[in-house]
Design a protein around this ligand. Sequence first.
Ligand code: SF4
Length: 422
Amino acid sequence: MPVPRSLPELDDEVTFARYPFLPQASGWIRSMAVDHAIDLDELLDGSWMEKARSRARIRLIDSIQSKEGVEVVGGDLFTEEGRIIEAFSFYYARLVVCASEDERLIARWAQAEAARAEQILIKDIKNIEIIARTYVSELERKEGKGGRGAAMNIGSGMGDMRSLRQSQSGPVWNIGLSDFIEICPKITGARWRLPNCDVNKGWVTLFDEPTYGSSAKLARLLRERIKRGVEADALEKMTEITTDLAIRLAEPVGMVRNLMSNQASEAIALVGADESDWPPCMRKAASDLAMGVNLNHFGRLFLASMSAVLALPKESCVNFFRGAPDFSESTTGYQVDHVYQHGYTPSGCGKLKVNHNCPVLPGDDRLCDQPWLDHPLKYIRATQRWKARNQPAQPAAAPPEAEKTPQPDEAQPAAQPAPPQE
Ligand code: SF4
């Protein structure tokens, strides 16, 4: 990703405590550890760090249960103790997710920490620029009005943007095209698609909207880079977790693992008992969203169109998306309505593979390995036919994997819920 060649200087301790993931904060945190004799034993079991561990537990619980990410309010950052608690709570939480060795949990936690940072940055007029220059290579600040009058060529869910006016005062940010292009595919919504943006000589203007200011947009873009940085650091640290450390962290790791599995099963249970019939691609899309992992646009459309074809209630389909990092009840409801009304046919395996939405490799799933299996609906149909023929005779027995694989001639659906259209 395009990143600045050198980091801007930063020496404010409150800022370090507020954004402890900043690369510039590591020296300060090291010096605090030395000055206050905070070693690994103290962090894990010492009485001085008890408050930091408590705050870390809140950070971890929020990262799994809260849509907004980690609670913004921490301790009093204007006292040295408050700053230390806040910064070391981040470090302790990171140790716990690293010790879990669960990459989905790490991604979820990084997402929550980045969402928290976004919420603070929107209001942090003093620091947003220097933090932005830590994460993006090209940034321009312009003072004055930044609204855009022209209507945009936009899609669903953006009707409120068609009447944009000259609006709020305050800085207007321009971001380099290479940074924008790298970040924006990870963000859903028509305003982040390049044809809808003001692009001029290699710069993208983050113009003010009545309800979405330029600084808020910059903070949204920064969230993606911060998430990636926090996640990359944690994945690197994960390799350094020793068996002894993993044992010492077993209790908080168990706590977050339980929270995660409860969250996932609640989300999936909302749509009924037949998810065992779903193909791996559909299960993966639903569980990724439940875990807060961002699903690409193609995957989202696939999940919604499968839900429509399977006649799942719209509310259940909306519920799939509740764990998404950018979930909005109204926007998701509108988009799900659109998919249900227009009867989109779910994509076939070929397109799902090309768009990175097929999670299986040869040998992972014997049904997906069948040469005739070219559409997820065929997977469901084949599974249902197998069940219809075998379950009455063997109600209590789970099928051996080899038996579950239908033969090509019997597995072709007699009547597809919707004809696959590649
Ligand atoms: S092979 Fe097809 S049905 Fe199986 S997981 Fe991949 S996309 Fe889904």
